[in-house]
Design a binder for this molecule. Structure first.
Ligand code: C2E
Ligand code: MG
Ligand code: MG
Ligand code: MG
Length: 293
């Protein structure tokens, strides 16, 4: 009986795998054409500086508008791209398009907004990465301090030395570096104390429970914020969705927050409108408060 059940389980598991790998196969095939067919787009999500209410930077998040399957999340297709050299082409496409966008914002509204790009771990061990970035920034005449690169803790694993060299070179170029999804990997303290990062982004899984007194998340978030301050790093909380979470983060003196409570990732024009609205509100707020003083 047990044997039979085991057999059944196996066949269910197996056919499930086949459907999944069929989709994977199709997507992987189509992904090769996605760039040339203009199916990739970038959405931008602001990071809000809490003590000033300003948007100092935004994160570029890629989307794939597939002609048949609709919008496909990077959580699904980036891992597929990472199985081949495609990821390098995609990261390159992202950097080029971010540069173009930065120039557009600068020209139309004189807003020099820093944009954070998510780089794949695989890209980080490519020997010519630095030259490539330098060339793109030069081609588009973009100041490196307007570029921020986010990498995850897990991407450091296994390639520590190569990644470290790359990070040091990026730092020399004045590109800001963020450790993304902080707390989900390990040996975190070690990386933070290495002077390799400028910004720590606390993972959404801790932010989810930050307002819940019965959970440990608040203590963890508090420790990360204190640690960041002591190490002279900037700190951002990702995935802030509720007022309760926001209030907890204000209490803990988190510097910057990002999440649906302020804004979902949006098209460039909408982000611009959002920033202009923020500036209006800040002006109102500061003129109000000065009239009281
Ligand atoms: P990430 O860099 O940690 O990005 C944060 C993810 O959380 C994004 O998902 C964002 O849309 C989502 N998010 C933001 N605020 C909230 C919130 O308040 N609540 C919830 N539930 N989610 C929120 P997205 O855009 O689907 O990206 C997923 C991951 O894919 C990213 O995680 C990043 O690792 C990767 N990725 C995205 N764009 C790129 C890219 O251009 N290149 C590379 N190599 N990877 C990318
Ligand atoms: Mg990120
Ligand atoms: Mg993240
Ligand atoms: Mg995350």
């Amino acid at each position: 009986r047990a044997k039979e059940q085991g057999k059944n389980n196996y066949s269910v598991y197996h056919s499930g795998m086949n459907i999944k790998s069929y989709r994977t196969y199709l997507l992987q095939n189509d992904l090769r054409k996605a760039i040339e067919h203009n199916q990739l787009t970038l959405m931008y999500q602001p990071k809000i500086h809490l003590s000033t209410g300003k948007v100092l930077s935004a994160e570029a998040l890629i989307r794939w508008n597939h002609p048949k399957w609709g919008t496909i999340s990077p959580a699904e297709f980036i891992p597929l791209a990472e199985e081949s050299d495609l990821i390098i082409e995609i990261d390159r496409w992202v950097l080029i398009n971010v540069c173009k966008q930065i120039n557009k914002w600068k020209e139309s509204h004189n807003i020099p907004l820093r944009i954070a790009i998510n780089f794949s771990a695989q890209h980080f061990i490519q020997r010519n990465l630095i030259k490539e970035i330098e060339q793109i920034l030069k081609d588009y005449n973009v100041d490196p301090h307007l570029i921020e690169i986010e990498i995850t803790e897990t991407s450091l694993l296994g390639n520590e030395e190569a990644v470290k060299q790359t990070l040091l070179q990026l730092k020399e170029m004045n590109i800001k570096i963020t450790l993304d999804d902080y707390g989900t990997g390990y040996s975190s303290l070690h990386y933070l104390s290495n002077f390799l990062f400028d910004i720590v982004k606390i993972d959404r899984s801790f932010i989810q429970d930050v307002a819940n007194k019965e959970k440990n998340s608040r203590a963890i978030v508090e420790s990360i914020i204190t640690l960041a301050r002591n190490l002279d790093l900037n700190v951002v909380a990702e995935g802030v969705e509720t007022v309760e979470q926001l209030n907890a983060l204000i209490d803990l003196q988190c510097e910057e927050v990002q999440g649906y409570i302020f804004s979902r990732p949006q098209l460039p024009d909408n982000l611009l409108n959002y920033i202009l609205e923020c500036e209006e509100k800040n002006k109102l707020f500061s003129s109000n408060s000065s009239s009281f003083s």
